[in-house]
Design a protein around this ligand. Structure first.
Ligand code: F3S
Length: 66
C-alpha cells in the first residue's frame, strides 16, 4: 500500500500529519506531504485510512499496488 497527496487539492488542514505522523509531514507552508516514498509500513494501514477519511479536501489517495 502506498499513499500520495494531491497537491492541487491539499489546503493545509494538517490532519494527515497530526493523525499519521509516521506517514505524513508538513512543508514550510503547512501543506501535507508524504514521508519518503509513501509506502505504508505493515501495521500502518489503518492509520493511513484514518488520514484519508479525515482529510477535508480528499487530497490523500491510497494505491494498493505498492
Ligand atoms: Fe492537506 Fe488534507 Fe493533510 S488538506 S495537510 S492532505 S489533511
Amino acid at each position: 500500500m502506498r499513499v500520495t497527496i494531491n497537491p492541487e487539492r491539499c489546503q493545509g488542514h494538517g490532519r494527515c500529519y497530526d493523525l499519521a505522523p509516521g506517514l505524513f509531514g508538513e512543508d514550510d507552508e503547512g501543506y501535507g506531504r508524504v514521508l519518503g516514498d509513501g509506502v505504508v509500513p505493515p501495521g500502518e494501514e489503518q492509520t493511513a485510512r484514518l488520514a484519508v477519511s479525515n482529510c477535508p479536501e480528499r487530497a490523500i489517495e491510497i494505491h494498493q499496488e505498492a
